[in-house]
Design a protein. Sequence first.
Length: 349
Amino acid sequence: MANSWMQTPAGFELVASGTKAQIVDFFACAFNPSMLARFLHTVDSLLILGSFCVMAIGAWYLLKHKHVDHGKQFIKTGLTVGIVTVALMLPLAHYQAVVVAEQQPAKLAAMEGHWEDGPVALSLFGWVDDISGETTGLSIPGAASFLGSGSFETVYPGLNTLKNSLTDFDGYNGVKASDYKGGIPPVNATFQAYHLMICLYAGLILWLFIAAATVRASKKGKVNKALLYLLIIGPIVPFLAIQSGWMVAEVGRQPWVVYNLLLTADAVSPVVSALEINITILLFIVFYTILFIAWLRVVLKMIRTGPILEDVTVVAATLDTDLLSDLTSAPTSDTPAATPPAPDPQGGE
Ligand code: HEM
């Protein structure tokens, strides 16, 4: 929500001579124009990553010949969730792109290296020269306009127009429009991150096929080791897609930290020195590295131990309580046998 507000601020007014944003409408602020699209796209991408991790763990069990039945089940379940969430990604990603087209035209133009006003081409791959303002590569004319608006003809402003539209940069303290290229983001970085994310979407589909082939092969009892290794490294694909998505979102909104409201340069506090910032970043790196190592150790231990606990729970849930208490009081090799019950003097039960 907070990140979305910084991308598409709403429900606030500027107070203290324009130096503070104060919430005047909580719901407009929380449910700002890009919040829902961003939330759905991000949650779906995390579900995809989760399903790929489950498949990777299943593949590792098959490779190690441990918990083989669970391993097969993991791959099947991961595959099912993966198919649903990867399919869902298409309408959700489309919705996100539509919101960007409506709310952040400079970001849309940077995503496709779109310099002149007109319908936006959908690049399959390419390279952008930020200095000369040229994009070279292979593209489908008007296709990005189609995705954003449903028509190949829809005209969107180009970067050359956008960078001339924000002349009031000169009104900022010590900021010149030319220093900020009039308010457009680094174009090639945004372009490449966006296209990498889309390429990786194709990678997700490829990995789903690999998982399906593994399920098929495991039914016949003959799984190729190469398929298992590919599934084990599979989570890298959605992980990289997520990182490139964040690059699109954050590099693409530059030079603003709050879109069209607060420049990143102005967001730097004058009372915190560069040294203090560097030390803080260093401490963050150290702290999060320790946390990451601790987390990794716990997770790897859980994976190595396997789904034993789940087995006990499932068995316990299917037994009736009397039988369960009989079982738990039954002698084991570690506990002495209980004294047999005395015969009923009435001869009844
Ligand atoms: C069909 C392919 C895809 C399209 C068209 C697409 C579209 C977009 C767009 C337009 C943005 C920028 C949003 C913004 O700045 O407001 C974005 C961001 C993002 N994308 Fe994608 N995406 C696709 C695939 C993926 C995949 C496969 C993943 C991960 C599994 C992913 C994860 C993300 C994440 C985490 C963000 C940043 C979150 C945000 O701020 O919105 N995307 N995507």
